[in-house]
Design a protein around this ligand. Structure first.
Ligand code: 9G3
Length: 568
């Protein structure tokens, strides 16, 4: 492609509204433009990267025997009512009405549609397993669209669904998809990790997320330095470290702690480390108040608590209502002598303490030498603490580390939730009706593009991995006449060799061309100017490493092909 005709409107300045690097660079490199909040147009350069990622996804899905379909984006409300998700999802589901005032939605995902499709068509065990996928634009009315295409309201997803005769068959398909995803992200040139994940509201048993590791990631990944344990922080587990300091039993004692209403102040006031204290947090749920206890040196992980309770929303208790309704004083809350209707949930880290400190449910007082079981009862012991770096792995006791990631894929074993609700059954060998097991498998295509940038950039622009670069080579012709002729000749040779090449043939200063080439980020840059031409040479530069070399013009094509083959 000749740059003069490519419609790649690059920007010199970083747009103020772009908070993350991928958003900034996609705008600046002329890949995307914003139409409206969370809605983006993909310009030719952006579309080219999308198509490269899609091609890799299609190949790997097809290799596993999955079949591509295209489902409607417009979905009738009735289907979502059958699965009980029409009411479950609030404003995030994009709803509309047709001319007959029938309710519809713009598909945020396709469990209902695909299950409805196969339920009448697929009757015999002989036709199973079946694995169908599509690549399609999805719609979700995000409460706060941001980070460009990382959290947009319209995005492209590869979503796949498998139908299996039993758990064993589902396990097999799940493993195949796991392997396919590893292949996809490896081929895309990304540094990623598969982690155990929460199944969330979708229901089901097992799930893994595929995380592209990047400091800007919104998710936190916990992984073991020694074994294969890796999990999303939302459900990561660790061993409780034994604390000899809290293992000396003594008599319960109430002490005055004036104005000491935080764990930090308490540690300071009593001159004890936070791990000798018990943190009490009061929440309001549909079924009343709840007191959550974690050891003072831990943070509560709200997602873990929500998952245990099976709720989407969890509110901190309103202070005034709390005092009038329960007598619990915020800042001095504790599990001792609280009203029976307050549910108490404790993390295992609390239960092993023999001598902790808690609030006394009385302004300016705390209890010392608190022993769970002796001084208070709990309703449930549940892992609700957030894992910290340096803690022990539950599999091998080695150290756990934390890192940031961007979720680009997720796979789920759904079980029979949707097949049951929508009546997807088959007849087994004995002619007996059985409910199908289902799995679902997603890859955020547009998200993967942005995540690739978050992982591969510098101050000057994008450093594309070869496999998904819109152009593998940028040729800069620094002049016209003979220089341009030589550049076009190399351009033709490289294109004939099957490469995507961008030829900067514009009437622009060298500086402008260099800046745009760095911004657009082709893995190899070739510069031909009058001086190099006179020497019969072209200057090559590798974008990712900065390596520079010269090549004779007649050998440049082979040299570039070799360079690209050696890059990721
Ligand atoms: C909705 C809305 C938002 C949603 C969903 C439904 C997330 C929803 C989870 C999934 C699970 C899998 C198939 C591909 C792989 C992921 N946000 N999820 O179901 F109505 Cl508004 O989408 N689906």
């Amino acid at each position: 492609m000749k740059m003069s005709k490519a419609y790649i409107p690059t920007l010199k300045e970083t747009p103020a509204e772009a908070e993350v690097v991928s958003h900034q660079l996609m705008l600046r490199a002329g890949m995307i433009r914003k139409l409206s909040s969370g809605i983006y147009t993909y310009l030719p350069l952006g579309q080219k990267v999308i198509q490269k990622v899609e091609a890799i996804v299609r190949e790997e899905m097809n290799k596993k025997g999955a079949l591509e379909v295209l489902l409607p984006a417009l979905q009738p409300a009735e289907l979502w009512q059958e699965s009980e998700r029409w009411d479950y999802y609030g404003p995030e589901l994009m709803r509309l009405q047709d001319r007959h005032e029938r309710d519809l939605c713009l598909g945020p995902t396709h469990e209902e549609v695909i299950t409805d499709l196969i339920k009448d068509e697929l009757r015999s065990y002989k036709e199973l397993p079946l694995n169908l996928y599509q690549i399609q634009t999805k719609f979700r009315d995000e409460i706060r669209p941001r980070f460009g295409v990382l959290r947009s309201r319209e995005f492209i997803m590869k979503d796949g669904y498998s139908f299996n005769v039993n758990q064993e068959s589902l396990d097999k398909t799940y493993q195949q998809m796991y392997a396919a995803y590893e292949e996809v992200f490896t081929r895309c040139g990304l540094d990623f990790k598969a982690v155990v994940a929460d199944t969330g509201a979708i229901g089901g048993t097992d799930s893994h997320e595929f995380m592209v590791l990047a400091d800007s990631g919104e998710d936190t990944v916990v992984f073991c330095e020694e074994c294969d344990y890796a999990a999303n922080l939302e459900l990561a587990k660790s061993e409780v470290d034994f604390q000899p300091e809290v293992q000396k039993e003594a008599e319960l004692k109430k002490v005055e702690t004036p104005g000491v209403d935080t764990i930090e102040k308490l540690a300071d006031f009593l001159d004890r480390p936070a791990k000798q204290l018990i943190k009490s947090l009061v929440f309001e749920t549909d079924s009343g108040y709840l007191l959550a206890l974690v050891r003072g040196d831990y943070q509560l992980n709200e997602v873990k608590l929500k998952n245990f309770l099976g709720v989407v929303q969890l509110e901190m208790a309103d202070e005034e209502e709390l005092i009038t309704e329960t007598g619990i004083i915020p800042g001095f809350a504790g599990p001792i002598d609280i009203p029976a209707e307050v549910q108490v949930i404790a993390d295992p880290s609390v239960m092993e303490m023999l001598s902790g400190v808690t609030g006394a449910n009385e302004a300016d007082y705390h209890y010392l030498n608190v022993k769970p079981g002796r001084d208070f009862e709990v309703d449930q012991v549940v892992d609700i603490r957030e894992v910290k770096a340096g803690e022990e792995c539950i599999q091998c006791s080695a150290e756990l580390s934390l890192t940031k990631g961007i979720e680009v894929g997720q796979i789920f074993k759904l079980g029979t939730k949707y097949s049951q609700a929508l009546g997807a059954t088959y007849l087994d060998e004995n002619g007996k009706e059985q409910v199908m097991e289902m799995g679902c498998y997603g890859i955020g295509i547009t998200r993967t593009v942005a995540a690739a940038i978050e992982q591969n950039y510098d101050d000057y622009g994008i450093k594309w991995p070869v496999a998904i670069a819109p152009y593998q080579v940028s040729i800069l012709a620094l002049g016209d006449g003979e220089v341009l002729t030589a550049a076009i000749e190399l351009y033709n040779q490289l294109q004939a060799a099957g490469l995507d090449v961008l030829l900067d043939d514009r009437q622009e200063r060298a500086g402008v061309k260099f800046n745009d080439a760095d911004l657009i980020g082709s893995p190899v840059r070739v510069t031909i100017g009058s001086r190099s031409l006179a020497a019969g040479q072209a200057e090559l530069k590798v974008r990712s490493t900065g390596q520079e070399l010269e090549a004779d013009l007649d050998k440049a094509k082979d040299r570039i092909i070799k360079l690209l083959a050696d890059l990721k």
